[in-house]
Design a protein. Structure first.
Lengths: 445, 445
């Protein structure tokens, strides 16, 4: 079937057979089916969707389009976690050392491994790799051999996609990004899972964010994506569970690359643990441990093990190991906390009247960080790791008149107007007390 | 507004303001907005459409994107005709000499002119330029200067789009052709009219084809397009009328490039005039004369003038002038009629039983001519001008058992199976008499 006939078929809402999808992906990778033809097909998919069978086939074609991680041992359990993304979502960086420490203690070293291929931030949403790179020297651009050596010795790595890792997704994602077809649910699902399947994991925990700061603002869409991802991943043979968690308010006390890594260290060392971050981390860690126990532990039992780990804080050693084994200088990172305070301008948002903090709009906060240079609009943009916001109060907290709610770290004096504008939109203060709502809103088991 | 924001806006079904459309077209022409982004936008338009205001703006941007025909005189009336295309539709080649002869007689030379920029055939639909080029030496690739000199002296020309004539349409059309977005009604309307507006005409007659052989198989769509085209062209200041005419059966006795030109000569000379072709030609010619009279003549009066012209056949001189002034060798063309008979294979379709010819499926006939090499699938394909089909009987005619219905001219023996197959699909013979239906089904005045 010719390229334009494939496009026409999808345009008419008809279902492709596996052979047609193989032609589509293969000829696209070879450059025979042109970018503009794929762009038209992607837009047709945006409007007409993909059936479960089409998604299953497309996913297989995508994850097998490049190198995958080789499995050398029979009995080690490989597990990963993926979040659909939001503001202040630094859970991956906490989960890798925490879950590794729990699994080592429960089952011994090398029985479970976390091969984590992560992404970068785009638009108002931050990315794990950008946060990790605030640690001077930390390398996310590992080769496949380096990554496999780390996985063998340390039981985990955190790296960026290599050029040959799921090339079909890389090419399709750039096209989608340039053609306003990112928020197509079936394309999103195939993109996310293609990278996880190429990791060759046995188990996968998904965190589907719901709320104004999430990629999908509509909660129903968020839930639909979560269910779809679970079905698709299970159909591909990966034991998968998902939670829905709140992204109406930023997660944790800090948003911004360097600041979020500080929060991760503070969280693991027990210095400061924000309620929402603790709830989301414990649920995700619990699910990862539950799956890695080959479901011998219940979620509740697994969470108890994770809580015990947080009390004992052994995972701080794994956290430091994580940075040092990939070239990161933790000492220099700690020194930079001082630089952050001295070199940056800061704006303190104060409450104009007493009351209760009713909402912190995650989307506005994400936009602000992005506009201040802490995020990127295009893939090639560089980012300022020190830009960020630190909340002294979170939703539900009591505030007095004139009391500071948050501090914004920024570079240029002329950005003050923008900060004021965004924060005015972001904060709502109410005179009546607000009930604290749970952060984990549901689960697909 | 960024390219992807423009795409997103159309994807959401929102209306672009004129500035946004100007950005879209300008950045596309400069190569800043990429082919794949335009392809995604075009597919979004396929699904979400364009408002009347958007079409008006897009049309203006398109026709002004390159050179247009300069108007040197104040009082000459410029008129053109456009058909949405079908099988055996050779009316333009008859109309140019016929209407020129009528207008010269009625109003004197140089009072009205026909600057006709035509297209080529694609798929099952033939094109005026391909038909004209069956006359050896005939040049359709005139420069703008050559065309203007012809218009000045002869009051007409028939030529192909030059590189600088409506470049926005040329680029958009190639993209649409490669991405299955040709049959979007608003894009089709802007494409058709952009070329006519760039001719700088005062009046325009449209022939919207309805039926299985037309671009739009659905008659309701055909009528909608005709109304839309008339509204859009009038909104741009061109006095415009449209007819709907049948394209369920091929028009005239002959389909195929060389054969159709023969039929034009036979029609103008009075040798042979098929009923349907006569009806469509007289209506279109009448409307052209009516408009060129600045609506001083009614359609009925104008048709009477055209009928008178057909009786006297002065237009045969203009017909020969048309070819000779653009390098065509009419004598050689006439000689080639003999070659056609001697060099081609021919297949005679005979009726298996007596009855009445109930239908000749125009789409099947178009497909057949295309498959035999008389049409093209891609723009760069060459065509065989001698391939074609000649009907001895048309819909409604009585046929006896074994009597021949049509003769197909082809090159390769192995094509016989294909011909048999297509003709079996194309012809339906009924035992009861069929009422002859009119060819012109309606009018937008």
């Amino acid at each position: 079937m010719q390229a334009k006939e494939l496009i026409r078929k999808k345009r008419e809402g008809l279902e492709h057979n596996p052979k047609e999808l193989a032609t589509l992906v293969d000829t696209f990778l070879k450059g025979e089916l042109k970018d503009y033809q794929m762009a038209a097909w992607l837009m047709a998919v945006f409007f007409k969707g993909l059936s479960a069978a089409e998604m299953h086939t497309l996913l297989q074609l995508m994850w097998k389009s490049g190198s995958t991680l080789p499995r050398r041992h029979r009995n080690d359990y490989w597990i990963d976690k993926h979040s659909t993304g939001g503001q202040g979502d630094k859970t991956s960086i906490i989960l890798v050392p925490l879950v590794t420490a729990v699994l080592r203690r429960l089952f011994g070293p090398h029985c479970a491994r976390i091969p984590m291929v992560s992404g970068r931030g785009l638009g108002r949403t931050g990315g794990t790799l950008d946060k990790l790179e605030s640690v001077p020297g930390f390398r996310t651009d590992l080769t496949l051999d380096e990554a496999m050596a780390l996985l063998e010795n340390n039981d985990f790595f955190m790296m960026a996609q290599t050029a040959d890792f799921v090339p079909a997704d890389r090419l399709l994602y750039s096209l989608r990004d340039a053609t306003a077809t990112v928020d197509s649910i079936p394309l999103m699902a195939c993109s996310i899972l293609s990278k996880k399947l190429a990791e060759n994991v046995d188990g996968l925990v998904l965190d589907a964010k719901l709320g104004c700061g999430a990629h999908l603002a509509n909660p129903e869409d968020g839930r639909k994506v979560a269910r779809l991802l679970v079905d698709l991943a299970r159909g591909a043979g990966v034991d998968t569970v998902a939670i829905f968690s709140r992204m109406d308010e930023p997660l944790g006390y800090k948003v911004g690359n360097h600041l979020e890594l500080e929060e991760c260290a503070d969280f693991l060392s027990g210095t400061r643990r924000e309620r929402g971050l603790r709830e989301v981390v414990l649920n995700l860690a619990g699910l990862m441990v539950m799956l890695a126990s080959r479901r011998k532990l219940s979620l509740q039992e697994a969470i108890v093990e994770c809580e015990k780990e947080l009390e004992e804080c052994v995972c701080m050693d794994v956290f430091r190991q994580m940075f040092e084994s990939q070239g990161g200088n933790w000492h220099l990172f700690e020194q930079n906390r001082g630089i952050l305070r001295s070199e940056m301008k800061f704006y303190v948002a104060k409450s104009p009247y007493p009351g209760y903090l009713q909402s912190i709009n995650a989307s506005e906060v994400g936009q602000l960080i992005n506009e201040l240079g802490g995020g990127r609009n295009a893939k090639e943009d560089s980012i300022d790791p020190f830009v960020g916001i630190e909340f002294e109060r979170k939703v539900g907290d009591r505030i007095e008149k004139g009391q500071s709610i948050a501090t914004v770290y920024y570079r240029k004096l002329e950005q003050e107007k923008l900060i004021e504008h965004r924060l005015t939109n972001a904060f709502t203060i109410s005179s009546s007390a607000i009930a604290q709502s749970p952060w984990v809103l549901g689960m697909v088991e």
